[in-house]
Design a protein around this ligand. Structure first.
Ligand SMILES: CC(C)(COP(=O)(O)OP(=O)(O)OC[C@H]1O[C@@H](n2cnc3c(N)ncnc32)[C@H](O)[C@@H]1OP(=O)(O)O)[C@@H](O)C(=O)NCCC(=O)NCCS
Length: 358
């Protein structure tokens, strides 16, 4: 088999076998162009190799010289053997993407797809090997991936490669009903009874102390969610989140923090604006619920402000249109599942975060 970097011209062939991958379809059509261009990563394809001559004669996978511009990251040159792609009508049979995370210590593996009739031939295994090699070349010390809890094939694939599941995450996409939502009034009650607010820079050390002692933080693999990748929730990242008013805290009278939520308004892939809770952590179910409702209130206010602006100037684009949905991605606890039963859930799923030391 031959593993090489994807070319733009592979897209149509690849999308042909990446449409009905899961019961809900697939997302590769929305990310192919992004992954192709994204720096510090490799978008790989596997090709059948029957009609390709391996000049080494050793059957090893090879890389072709027709590389993406981002191929040599940090001036590190790939040392794999280069063989001109002379074969005609050779089409991709599999895809995967790997990217070096901003902390430069972890590579994130995603989007493994093998064309149905080529499965169980170690194609995915070979792609993972290539992605792990990429990680080592980049100086990363670990590789991670997120896998649906129901995807036994993929879980077995990663476990066979030595990956361990380090945390379990819940994803919920809920429908918000604005002021008609009776649960918002519970939110107001909670807000009066409990001290909840957006964290300021003065809260930084208290937030950090809370997280470092938090069981949820450790069980989350010390990570938060962003655009279907999990990143380290480091001290520097907390500073950044606080500066952007993305951290909500709940505290006791003596200013001791008892819960943290992190929100994010940015879009990803083809979505322009998505409101998400990307980390949720508290010492009790009532406080977890209060944090959640506070975030929902914040979003409701931002939606109504946005609508007012839009009414005043309807020539502008309307970033929140049709977006009265909230995504919650959090370390999964029984308490969270219980709270989520109160909402109108559009879709939900559970995922495992897998890790391997390189
Ligand atoms: C999961 C998938 C990538 C596996 O690709 P593949 O090339 O068939 O995998 P490999 O041949 O390298 O399999 C390696 C090991 O993974 C496990 N595995 C792979 N497919 C499996 C299946 N259908 N059922 C159970 N275990 C499976 C086995 O342990 C296998 O080793 P074995 O064949 O010696 O038993 C492929 O089935 C696929 O594209 N699925 C749809 C997309 C998907 O789920 N991607 C992963 C998203 S995280």
């Amino acid at each position: 088999m031959k593993i090489r970097l994807a070319k733009k011209s592979d897209k149509d062939n690849i999308l042909r076998f990446c449409t009905d991958t899961f019961t809900w379809g697939d997302y590769i059509d929305r990310v192919f162009d992004i992954w192709y261009q994204e720096p510090h990563g490799e978008l790989l394809v596997a090709e059948e190799s029957n009609d390709i001559v391996d000049r080494n004669g050793n059957g090893n996978s090879v890389l072709e010289p027709n590389r993406q511009s981002n191929r040599d990251v940090n001036n590190i040159t790939i040392t794999a053997n280069l063989i001109p792609n002379t074969a005609k009508n050779v089409q991709p049979i599999a895809l995967s993407h790997v990217i070096l995370c901003p902390n430069k210590k972890r590579v994130w593996i995603e989007g493994i797809r093998v064309k149905q009739r080529f499965r169980r031939n170690k194609v995915a295994t070979t792609l993972i090997d290539e992605m792990l090699q990429f990680g080592r070349r980049m100086g990363a010390i670990e590789a991670s991936a997120i896998i649906s809890i129901n995807n036994t094939a993929s879980r077995s694939l990663f476990e066979k490669k030595g990956f361990n599941s380090i945390s379990k995450w819940g994803y919920y996409n809920i429908q918000l009903n604005g002021s008609k939502d009776s649960r918002i009034s519970i939110s107001n009650q909670s807000r009066n009874a409990l001290k909840i607010r957006i964290a300021a820079i003065e809260d930084l050390d208290n937030v950090w102390d809370y997280l470092r002692c938090s069981e949820t933080y450790h069980l989350s693999g010390e990570t938060y969610f962003k655009a279907w990748r999990w990143y380290y929730l480091s001290y520097e990242k907390i500073v950044d989140f606080i500066k952007h008013q993305n951290i909500i805290i709940i505290e006791k009278d003596n200013k001791i923090i008892e819960g943290v939520a992190i929100i994010n308004y940015t879009g990803y892939w083809d979505k322009t604006i998505v409101f998400q809770i990307v980390y949720l952590d508290s010492t009790s179910i009532s406080k977890l619920q209060a944090l959640l409702f506070y975030c929902i209130d914040l979003y409701a206010v931002s939606l109504s402000d946005n609508n007012k602006n839009y009414d005043n100037d309807n020539t502008r684009s309307h970033p929140h249109s049709n977006s009265n949905q909230l995504q919650i991605i959090s370390y999964l606890t029984n308490e969270l599942s219980e709270i989520m039963n109160n909402f109108e859930i559009i879709d939900s799923a559970q995922f495992l975060l897998y890790n391997l030391s390189l």
